[in-house]
Write a protein that binds this ligand. Structure first.
Ligand SMILES: [Zn+2]
Length: 145
């Protein structure tokens, strides 16, 4: 081709973060984040080998839940984290997995893709059922008295 090469993209590249970590049991090791990791790793300059996790949090919708004192409080549902514990001896944890919080402070740990898909399908099916209940409510109100 005789045209000029395109300018480099203006968007910042997300080159993997790499740092040197001191291991309490001895030695040091270079760690590299997977591309999807958003953890800051501020306290990961040293530790035991299997202390390290990489991950990224995802938010869930906040539902206004009745509260006697405040009227209502925002309750996040279906938030969670994609996570990997690269040095875990548990084969479920040493590969990327999901920690899902269906309710605040309640965790479904270590979901693999098949298990996560099953939860998504269950919730999606329930939303379809809620649509039916919504239609039932609208009809019930129209017919009321
Ligand atoms: Zn990381």
């Amino acid at each position: 081709m005789d045209t000029l090469l395109p300018e480099p993209a203006a968007v910042p590249s997300h080159s993997p973060r790499t740092w040197l970590r001191q291991i309490h049991s001895g030695g040091q090791i270079f760690e590299t984040c997977p591309a999807w990791c958003t953890d800051n790793h501020r306290s990961d300059d040293s530790g035991f080998l299997d202390d390290l996790s990489h991950g990224a949090h995802f938010n869930g919708p906040e539902l206004p839940v009745s509260d006697a004192e405040h009227g209502s409080l925002p309750m996040p549902v279906f938030a969670g984290r994609i996570n990997v514990d690269p040095y875990s001896e548990d084969p479920r944890r040493s590969v990327p997995h999901i920690h899902l919080e269906p309710f605040q402070d309640e965790v479904m740990e270590c979901l693999d893709p098949r298990e996560f898909a099953a939860v998504i399908a269950q919730v999606r099916a329930h939303c379809d059922r809620l649509d039916e209940v919504h239609a039932q409510l609208v009809k019930a109100r129209a017919e009321y008295r």
